[in-house]
Design a protein around this ligand. Structure first.
Ligand SMILES: *Cc1c(COP(=O)(O)O)cnc(C)c1O
Length: 350
């Protein structure tokens, strides 16, 4: 660190992304990417001609992709905001709506407290219940920025819509962000509620269910006034926040909706199979609506299982936080990857 850095950034601890090692080829079950390639029509869209067009700026309004997403969800293009990965939207939300503080669970996406610190937003981390569900009562009548990942990460557990509606109703003076990064794997989106609640900001990403993590594309669905706020911040930081190629691939992705629905069904099927196999090996597995499972075994601690797996070429995600240090988060890969994972776990614990 240099002596020139602004004091408020000095103590800030940056977010640590899941490891992306380059030393060897791993079965990568650690950052919730899709094991599947994008749809063939998406892959084929990337032509030499499109690369040549990179000499031109991208469309800062993202008009065409917004229209396609609006069509898919039955909302208006004014209800859609596009971003360079959904992390950008979460960042903007803390920047824009954190003035009275923020509230989110103690065990959730690790980026929320980082954004809190970055923008000097005071935040209150509410403990999850003993069964790792979100305690709705903690979020009522706060009138602050509320951020809930639904399904939650790294647990995979969903909060029901009635609870979210109560939270929306009881916080008329605070924006409620529902981060739906994993909603396509068995959860249910709350975006239809944007018609009724002016404080609802739904955040989505192409990174998980749309097989496009490296493309960096996220979007928000929200009442038009909230979208205007986000656009204002975007135009004050990086108007061309999404590159031309990603915008193009995003459009092709929306058009290939049935392909992705099928891949999500496949992930759900393999998830249920893997969870049952882990339980048969004596693991505790939390119920998941996501493309990962959160599991622990009494046979060994979480950190050791993580490193034994890594030695054998399988990467999972381990968190050191006290309450969840016995668990590992395991991304659902292909059926054969998961079979290999189960075989390797057997070998380690026996
Ligand atoms: C992966 C993830 C995101 C963001 O991913 P992007 O790649 O930036 O779109 C947001 N929220 C949660 C809970 C996630 O797990």
């Amino acid at each position: 660190m240099s002596r020139y850095l602004k004091a408020s950034y000095e103590k800030m601890e940056a977010y640590t992304p899941g490891e992306q090692p380059r030393d060897m080829e791993y079965i990568k079950l650690n950052t919730n990417e899709s094991p599947f390639a994008p749809a063939p029509s998406v892959v084929e869209a990337m032509t030499a001609e499109q690369v040549e067009l990179l000499r031109l700026y991208s469309d800062p309004t993202g008009k065409s992709l917004k229209e396609k997403l609006a069509g898919l969800y039955g909302v208006k293009p004014e209800n859609i905001f596009l971003s360079n990965g959904s992390d950008d939207i979460l960042n903007f939300a803390f920047m824009a709506y954190g003035q009275d503080g923020a509230v989110f669970p103690d065990i959730t996406y690790g980026f929320y407290p980082v954004f809190g610190e970055l923008h000097q937003v005071e935040f209150d981390e509410k403990p999850l219940n003993a069964d790792f569900t979100v305690n709705k009562e903690d979020y009522l009548n706060q009138n602050k920025l509320i951020v809930i990942a639904n399904p939650n990460a790294p647990t995979g557990i969903s909060l029901d819509h009635a609870a979210i509606e109560e939270i929306l109703k009881s916080n008329p003076d605070g924006v409620v962000v529902i981060d739906e990064a994993y909603v396509d794997f068995g959860g249910k989106s709350v975006y239809p509620l944007i018609e009724q609640y002016e404080n609802l900001l739904v955040v989505r990403t192409f990174s998980k269910s749309r097989c496009l993590a490296g493309g960096r594309l996220g979007y928000a669905i929200a009442p038009a006034a909230l979208i205007e706020d986000l656009e204002k911040i975007k135009y004050s930081t990086n108007p061309y926040n999404i590159n031309r190629l990603t915008l193009l691939l995003g459009e092709r992705t929306v058009e290939a909706e049935p392909y992705y629905q099928e891949k999500c069904r496949e992930i759900i099927r393999v998830r249920e199979k893997t969870a049952a196999e882990l339980k048969a090996l004596g693991f505790e597995v939390l119920p998941s609506d996501a493309n990962f499972i959160f599991a622990k075994t009494s046979a060994m601690d979480g950190a050791s299982l993580y490193s034994e797996l890594k030695k054998r070429g399988i990467l999972v995600r381990h968190f050191t936080k006290e309450r969840i240090k016995d668990f590992n988060r395991i991304t659902i890969g292909t059926e054969s990857q998961m079979a290999q994972f189960i075989e390797t776990v057997k070998e380690i614990i026996q």
